[in-house]
Design a protein around this ligand. Structure first.
Ligand code: URP
Ligand code: ZN
Ligand code: ZN
Length: 454
């Protein structure tokens, strides 16, 4: 069956224009000049007065993961449904190896967890945690062969995830050989340990002081080190959840010096500030790195589209009870915020409020990540691309509420929001219509991604 998305303004990263979108066999078959008299007998999606954007691509989520003593409350069925409500039609998740597993085996296990449950397309990043032994390093190539040519490492979370810098360098060398991207959570653990230890001694280690427990210098120091190691090894490096304009600047400098260095930030670092920790239940905002000052957030906005080429959710669905268990020691609170559903609506709202152009939202949230992470069918609506799109009513105004993520709190609850995602189409299938779920069987497919260009 053919579908025509009729009467809207198509927004691509290159700009906007009036066109109907013709969909056939799950792909964009054409962008068609709008004529009232166009005869069409297939399914029509009315987009009159609306914006038609490529579906969102979120490359940083955590779904159904165990972090220390806590497991996130969602799974691939619930998280991908929430993502779709928020206009995201593809996501990349992590495959953290279990004891005894190599990164390739972890990717295979995670594919089987998502298969048949995900309602949108999904892919995985490999990961190496705790030690980069020979088997783990060989797993980078195995994962790349499976279509997962990216590997995540952490310089923080000692005993859970952390790698020493020597291991990070070994991962980078191997990743460069496999043409895989290295994603880094960059915070120097020793600085975090010292800072949080001092707060504990002073009896102020609770969530209210979380921003002090993981100071800016920890992020800046680690970012500088890993950018240097990337330069040395020839690896392409991607810093996740950048919270500081100074780190964005370091990424820019590394790129200007000929390195392949990239970075993302997240909506909570752009739209919230450290005062959230002094609100009642500040523990619900605990994440690593912490949410910083309003000035830092303003600096991040300025680096969007230049030093930082993506805005991703870092979705992590813990609930209020889990967040509260260790509220008196912020280093033990399960870190992360739910956000896969709110990322794109918040960015669209920012664009409608004049904070950035709408085509920049498309670039940051769809096109650039699709390119960088090797997903050639995603991130655009040019003919031949996957028919993943959203229809946005730019006149709608409301507040963040009534979400679908598997948790009982929302970091952006009540925030004024402009624009409403009315319709979501993924692979040519209608998932959301007039804001209501109409999807049928889960039909998300595994995205076998391409390696980096040589
Ligand atoms: O606080 C965060 N960011 N939680 C998720 C895990 C991670 O570090 O990305
Ligand atoms: Zn992280
Ligand atoms: Zn994360």
């Amino acid at each position: 069956m053919e579908t025509l998305v009729r009467g809207g303004t198509v927004v691509l990263e290159s700009g906007s224009f009036r066109a109907d979108v013709l969909i056939r066999n799950g792909k964009v078959a054409g962008l068609v000049q709008q004529r009232k008299s166009n005869p069409f007998t297939g399914q029509v999606i009315d987009a009159a007065g609306a914006l038609v954007l490529p579906g969102g691509v979120d490359v940083h989520t955590h779904i159904g993961i165990t972090f220390g003593e806590f497991k996130t409350r969602d799974d691939f069925a619930t998280a991908t449904r929430a993502a779709a409500f928020g206009g995201t039609t593809s996501l990349l998740e992590f495959a953290f190896p279990e004891p005894g597993e190599d990164p390739g085996e972890a990717v295979e296990r995670r594919i089987s967890e998502a298969d048949g449950r995900a309602v949108i397309d999904f892919g995985f990043h490999a990961a190496i945690v705790q030690r980069a032994d020979a088997d783990a390093l060989a797993g980078i190539e195995r994962a790349a062969k499976l279509g997962a040519p990216s590997v995540k490492v952490f310089t923080a979370y000692r005993g859970l995830m952390m790698l020493e810098l020597g291991d990070v360098l070994a991962v980078m060398r191997e990743a460069a050989r496999s043409r895989s991207l290295v994603m880094v959570h960059a915070e120097t653990e020793a600085i975090v340990e010292r800072a949080s230890g001092e707060l504990r001694e002073r009896g102020i280690a609770d969530a209210r002081h979380h921003a002090l427990a993981r100071p800016a210098i920890a992020e800046l120091d680690a970012a500088r080190s890993v950018l240097r190691l990337a330069r040395e090894s020839g690896a392409t490096v991607y810093l996740v959840h950048v919270t500081l304009p100074e780190v964005a600047e370091e990424i820019g400098k590394a790129r200007a010096a000929g390195g392949r260095a990239f970075g993302e930030t997240c909506p909570h670092y752009l739209l919230l500030d450290e005062s959230v920790y002094t609100r009642p239940h500040g523990e619900r905002f605990v994440c690593s790195p912490p949410i910083r000052s309003a000035e830092a957030a303003r600096g991040l906005w300025r680096s969007l589209g230049s030093e930082l080429t993506g805005v991703h959710s870092d979705h992590c669905c813990f609930d209020r009870a889990q967040k509260k268990v260790h509220a008196s020691d912020s280093t033990r609170i399960p870190p992360g915020l739910p956000g896969v559903e709110t990322r794109l609506p918040l960015l669209i709202s920012a664009a409608l409020s004049g904070r950035l152009p709408m085509n920049e939202v498309v670039r940051l949230c769809s096109s650039e990540p699709a390119r960088l992470f090797g997903m050639p069918g995603k991130g655009s609506l040019l003919p031949g691309m996957d028919a993943d799109l959203i229809v946005v009513d730019p006149r709608r105004r409301g507040r963040v509420n009534g979400l679908h993520m598997s948790t009982d709190y929302r970091p952006f609850e009540g925030m004024a929001i402009r624009g409403g995602i009315e319709t979501v189409v993924a692979g040519g299938q209608l998932l959301v219509s007039s804001g209501k779920w109409v999807g049928e069987e889960p039909s998300g497919r595994y995205i076998h991604r391409r390696r980096l260009k040589a």
